[in-house]
Design a binder for this molecule. Structure first.
Ligand code: T6T
Length: 326
């Protein structure tokens, strides 16, 4: 019993030093004592090498550096809970102070994330979230439902408030794109001359999005517009319309602003983009994780910027264009 108490005391002292050392950004001592570990943050995005999550990492790294914390990233090859779960389990073993995670499924990721929390690791949800709200100390994302409403409003104007429209979703259980589809569905009801064809899932694969667009076109010759709920579906939808020779004729509103989507907007392959602020999500995520680690209060929910970008105003909105490198 005496040894353990000494350790905890030891830890308390170390933590105090760690806190004191925050501004200086220096590491504390060499060895792997718990004080050291608490200054390590791990970012687990939804998928690797994707401009939205790369931009998020850039913001998170910048903020971590500013606060003297070390941030590393571990990402799954695909947006899949089966690939993200072993990463979480591996990170658990390294006992970082905090984890910023974009859960790839709102149910399946709750268990591995709860294990992090139960090990004393501060969990912050960035972008997506799980339905169990008790695990993370803070949830940071765009107001995705409002983003979906904005997309419906923008698309309705583009199609002259008539004709059929389709929603391309990613995977059921992705909290963000599900909220975008929900917001769109509620808002499009306000346009009596618009026929809503419902939503179809693309498995977050551009090729599947392109294929759904062409099959929907053959079944619905009066297809007037498409809302693509994220980067991958958007890139696929542009391709699908191009393959069918319908670019510009069928209006497309996408979510996100990857370099490819921005190029499509400039060339007319997409008509409007709802862009997020991934770097801002990353910065606020680190800010909240550090507060939690240092025993300060955190904000339960934080909503970051969302902007609608068109060809006319895109050059004024370039700060919202996503990056492929920091
Ligand atoms: O739209 C973003 C993100 O917000 C969403 O949760 C998943 O897809 C993206 O990463 C874009 O591919």
């Amino acid at each position: 019993m005496a040894g353990a108490k000494a350790l905890r005391l030891g830890v308390a002292v170390l933590a105090a030093v760690a806190l004191a050392g925050c501004g200086g950004g220096g590491k504390i001592g060499g060895g792997n004592n718990s004080g050291q570990a608490s200054k390590k943050l791990v970012l687990i995005p939804g998928v690797k090498a994707e401009p939205f999550y790369i931009s998020m990492r850039c913001g998170a790294e910048e903020e971590a550096k500013k606060r003297g914390y070390e941030l590393t990233e571990q990402a799954p090859d695909k947006f899949e809970a089966g690939l993200q779960t072993p990463i979480v389990t591996g990170v658990l073993a390294t006992k970082p102070g905090g984890v910023l995670i974009a859960p790839t499924d709102d149910k399946a990721m709750a268990r591995p994330m709860a294990d992090l929390k139960n090990a004393g690791i501060k969990v912050v949800e960035v972008d997506t979230k799980v339905t169990d709200a008790s695990i993370s100390v803070s949830k940071i994302s765009s107001n995705n439902e409002q983003g979906g409403r904005k997309a419906a409003e923008t698309l309705a104007k583009l199609v002259g408030e008539k004709g059929s429209v389709l929603v391309l979703n990613t995977k059921a259980g992705t909290s963000t794109t599900d909220m975008r589809a929900k917001g769109f569905e509620e808002e499009i009801k306000k346009y009596p001359n618009i026929k809503y064809l419902g939503q179809q899932y693309t498995d977050n694969e551009p090729a599947k999005a392109a294929q759904i667009v062409s099959s929907t076109l053959s079944a619905n010759p009066d297809l007037a517009g498409v809302f693509a709920t994220n980067l991958n579906t958007g890139e696929g939808a542009s391709t699908g319309l191009r393959n069918a020779g319908k670019t510009g004729a069928v209006k497309l509103v996408g979510f996100d602003a990857s370099p490819k989507q921005v190029d499509e907007l400039r060339k007319g392959g997409v008509d409007a983009l709802i862009a997020q602020d991934p770097a801002g999500i990353g910065r606020r995520g680190v800010e909240q994780a550090v507060s939690a680690i240092e025993g300060k209060s955190t904000e339960g929910e934080i909503q970051t910027d969302l902007v609608a970008i068109t060809r006319d105003d895109m050059d004024q909105q370039s700060k919202y264009f996503y990056k492929t490198t920091c």
